[in-house]
Design a protein around this ligand. Structure first.
Ligand code: GLU
Length: 492
């Protein structure tokens, strides 16, 4: 039997980071078992439908490389993949349940149901349908239907039964049917409810494993009753715990970014994001932390997913991202940077690309161990791509480096200037520049920092930047001389 997993989102907006982890687990489990991962869109709740969310979802999944084997974009034999296009299947199946007395028409008005709920709440009871329409006669039903009476169709939940299932992550779960409501299966507008459509589709689409958020645990017994009513084998259920914030509450907009698109826009690599979230709530049982998607497929085990919520920590994500950043070949990283900028900051991409690639690569080579996200690149490179506009003399002063006055700055800069002006100094390698400067500095009885600190500031005019010699290597002779000269002119 082929393992089939699925992600079945409702198109109500953006893709939440917690849902991405659910997608990932579905994907990993399917791939590990040579199975298929499918995408189905649960769009029967028209009131909650948000325009553009399906396109957005498909695009985000493509960006992170979790491409479904079947779905609206790449249909297979289980077509169609949008529930709104499968309505006749639900009609057909509800008929079977009505014919076998497993479901019934309910003609109760919304006012009555409202009153019932209020009454039950007042008495501190769980709100539940009281079964008024459970035993209407065929004549009563036909009469009401023929006069066009507004109605829903409910599941006739069997009395005195235990619904039992074994959840891969949670273990055995048992619920008494006295605690299960006669669930609406078809709404008054003729559309199926989630509970009905999900079961019909998972069955018709040969889904073998349902991996979803644990907020769906209370729904699962209702689904199992439906499988039983049809006499179908039920799939294996695995309910994964939510991602929580530092406050242990479910991760929500309140605590910061939760949309996957936003993480990508903020300059996180999809592979770092997947690596990090894979480990939230799943224990690979090794000390290894960096996993490619391929290696995750190999080692992932659903049984090793924890029961309790996992804390999402942006600092940890930053750590993973900076590891990926530092480990990429600079050429590969450069392509990623340009692709990222073209998407999110096209003007800056154009600005960068107007410089020789070699120049950009040198900058990136230097920065890749300093920045955490692609979005940091811009902030750290202003002085590489534009001229320095204003001198900030305070930045030069550094008692630790014995730079206490304008004269100290001048001395050091003049020394650097004379070294740079010597055409025999070859700037093609950083090693060469280092050798020349360090030898000259030690011959002058100065400390390295005493010369290099003012040079670094003159070249960057920033509190933090790569070191002076790295800056010279990147900026080249002409620009370095020009910047140092400018400072000398201004302070003399
Ligand atoms: N449509 C449901 C949702 O939006 C799917 C739940 C499930 O996976 O069964 O999350």
């Amino acid at each position: 039997m082929t393992i089939v997993t699925r992600f079945a989102p409702s198109p109500t907006g953006y893709l939440h980071i917690g849902s991405l982890r659910t997608v990932l687990y579905n994907y990993l489990y399917a791939k590990k078992n040579n199975g298929k991962f499918m995408l189905r869109i649960e769009d029967t709740d028209r009131a909650r439908y948000v325009d553009g969310s399906i396109e957005n979802l498909l695009q985000v999944l493509a960006s992170v490389g979790l491409i479904p084997d079947e779905g609206p974009n790449n249909p297979g034999e289980k077509w169609p993949y949008l529930q709104s296009e499968r309505l006749e299947k639900y009609q057909e199946h509800i008929k079977t349940l009505l014919d076998t007395d497993m479901a019934y028409h309910c003609f109760c008005s919304s006012d009555r149901l409202e009153e019932l709920r209020a009454e039950q709440t007042g008495l501190g009871l769980p709100t539940r349908y009281d079964g008024k329409c459970r035993h209407l006669s065929q004549e009563e039903i036909q009469e009401k239907l023929s006069t066009g009476w507004v109605h829903t169709i409910r599941l006739k939940v069997p009395k005195n039964k235990k619904v039992v299932f074994e959840d891969t992550i949670r273990g055995k779960i048992e619920v008494d049917t006295k605690d299960i409501d006669d669930q609406v299966l078809i709404k008054s507008d003729g559309f199926p409810t989630y509970h009905f459509a999900v079961v019909i589709d998972d069955y018709l689409m040969w889904v073998t494993d349902i991996i979803r958020g644990d907020e769906w645990i209370p729904s699962t017994p209702k689904h199992i009753l439906l499988y039983e009513a049809f006499g179908w084998d039920k799939p294996i259920f695995s309910h994964v715990p939510p991602l929580v914030g530092a406050d242990r509450k479910k991760l929500s907009k309140r605590t910061g970014d939760v949309s996957v698109e936003r993480f990508l826009e903020n300059g996180y690599f999809p592979e770092a994001l997947l690596n990090y979230i894979s480990l939230l709530g799943w224990n690979p049982k090794t000390t290894q932390e960096i996993f490619s998607l391929g290696s995750l497929i190999e080692v992932f085990k659903l049984e090793d997913v924890h029961k309790s919520g996992a804390v999402f920590d942006t600092e940890r994500l930053d750590w993973f991202n900076s590891k990926y950043m530092a480990n990429y070949e600079t050429d590969t990283l450069y392509n990623k940077l340009i692709t990222y900028l073209k998407r999110y900051d096209a003007d800056f991409a154009t600005q960068i690309e107007s410089h020789p690639k070699e120049y950009n690569i040198k900058i990136l080579q230097e920065l890749k161990t300093r920045i955490k996200k692609l979005s940091d690149y811009k902030e750290f490179t202003t002085f590489f791509y534009g001229e320095i506009q204003k001198l900030d003399m305070w930045l030069f002063l550094n008692p630790k480096m014995k730079i206490l006055s304008a004269e100290d700055v001048q001395d050091s800069l003049e020394m650097a200037l004379s070294l740079l002006s010597d055409s025999s100094l070859d700037l093609v390698s950083l090693e060469n520049i280092k050798d020349t400067f360090i030898t000259a500095i030690s011959a002058s009885q100065k400390k390295n920092g005493q010369v290099l600190w003012p040079v670094r500031v003159a070249l960057s005019m920033e509190k933090f930047s790569p070191g002076a010699l790295e800056l010279i290597y990147i900026l080249g002779r002409e620009k370095s001389i020009q910047r140092i000269q400018k400072v000398l002119n201004d302070i003399s």
